[in-house]
Ligand binder design. Structure first.
Ligand code: ZN
Ligand code: ZN
Length: 397
């Protein structure tokens, strides 16, 4: 039977500029880049932010000497959506082939994206020139309101409300629908209607949630972005099944994004905050989200008894004694009888013996990034990333 599962992976979720700082580590600092692969292996890339470098490395690793072909849909020409292009290694291999889709900018004229590429690789901005970009390239200029088909996936475009223009894309794949609507400010009826049409009944709705609702109403008005609250309203209106808050502000640290996610989930249960390494699988059975690829540090294996409290997939609070199996400065892996919801908060209290033989408690707070069948029967293996919190995480007598 033909494989009809579509896979979506987030390689960059940040808006405006990359943020390698510690405070944004958990959600990730690379700018917009999303990979979509359909069941027959057709590859799509949504935007070319700095996350694209890691995607290129992964594809080269998987392909070996085999050729790579992909369809690259670019929403607009702001830095955070094109900056990964010169660092995507598959562009520098002759056997590869890429089909680019983007709009003709009134500032750049015909062949806009081709001009962007030439400008990015021009001296003195980059050490090698366009002649080194040996992969086959085809450019197609599209506008809002178009529809075309690529290997059984129907692509629909709509104009969004953003300075210098931006396209939203919808991919109706054999596994389900993925809508990519980033860099959009609500409030202009024509564009709001475009967005509703694009997002109608989406299985996966990826939405600009850069600002807080307060910022959107005041200091960030007119910047061309949206808030979690507007995303939630849209998701409800168009009856989307899963909403992914995307294009996190460079000045939003992980705690701020946690706050947006928490608030949005109260209003729309199927909300997620896009995170680097997050994977989505879509098929006739529905949408499954995992974060198996989340960044982890070097692990230290151990067996620590801990008391764990969290929220289960059924929405109910639980507490149980559990075993921590490995730990890093950033996270831990443990086995639980309960199955906590992904991106929910988990409290972990580890009993440790201090040097003076006084028992002490290490209290840590984390967010659940993946769950899987554990080595023990009837248990779930849980990965957590610790949440920065100076008040917690310290030992006490
Ligand atoms: Zn952007
Ligand atoms: Zn933009």
């Amino acid at each position: 039977m033909a494989n009809t599962t579509t896979k979506v992976t987030f390689w960059g979720v940040r808006g405006s500029t990359p943020t390698p700082d510690r405070g944004t580590w958990r959600y990730g600092g690379n700018t917009a880049c999303v990979e979509v692969v359909t069941g027959d292996g057709t590859r799509f890339i949504l935007d070319c932010g700095t996350g694209m470098r890691l995607l290129g490395n992964r594809w080269e690793e998987e392909a070996g000497h085999r050729a790579i072909e992909a369809h690259i849909l670019v929403t607009h020409y702001h830095w955070d959506h094109i900056q990964g292009i010169p660092f995507f290694h598959p562009f520098f291999q002759q056997q590869n082939r890429f089909h680019f889709y983007s709009f003709e900018s009134k500032y750049l004229g015909p062949n806009s994206l081709r001009k962007v590429l030439e400008a990015q690789l021009a001296s003195p901005y980059f050490p090698v020139d366009l002649s080194m970009l040996t992969a086959g390239r085809e450019f197609r200029e599209v506008g809002g309101g178009e529809q075309f088909e690529i290997n059984g996936t129907r692509v629909t475009t709509r104009w969004l409300n953003h300075p210098q223009g931006c396209l939203g894309y919808r991919l109706d794949t054999p596994g389900g629908s993925v809508v990519y609507a980033t860099d959009n400010e609500p409030g202009v009826p024509e564009f709001d209607e475009n967005l509703r049409q694009l997002a109608a009944g989406a299985d996966v709705l990826i939405c600009d949630a850069q600002c807080s609702p307060e910022q959107l109403a005041t200091t960030r008005k007119g910047w061309g972005h949206s808030s979690w609250l507007e995303c939630v309203k849209l998701a409800r209106q168009v009856k989307a099944s899963n909403l992914f808050l995307f294009h996190h502000d460079p000045d939003s640290n992980d705690k701020t994004v946690d706050g947006f996610l928490f608030a949005a989930r109260q209003e729309f249960a199927g909300t997620w905050a896009a995170m680097e390494g997050m994977n989505i699988q879509l098929n006739e059975k529905g949408v499954d989200v995992t974060m198996r690829e989340s960044r982890v540090g070097p692990r230290r294996r151990l067996r620590f008894a801990a008391t764990v409290a969290g929220i289960g997939e059924d929405g109910k609070a639980f507490e149980e004694k559990a075993v921590v199996r490995d730990i890093t400065l950033y996270g831990a892996y443990l086995s639980l009888s309960n199955r906590p919801a992904l991106q929910s908060e988990l409290n972990l209290v580890i009993e440790a013996n201090a040097a003076d033989n006084h028992p002490s408690l290490l209290s840590l707070r984390g967010t659940v990034v993946y769950s899987e069948a554990a080595p023990e029967k009837y248990k779930t293996g849980i990965g957590v990333l610790f949440v920065e919190d100076e008040e917690r995480g310290r030992t006490r007598d």
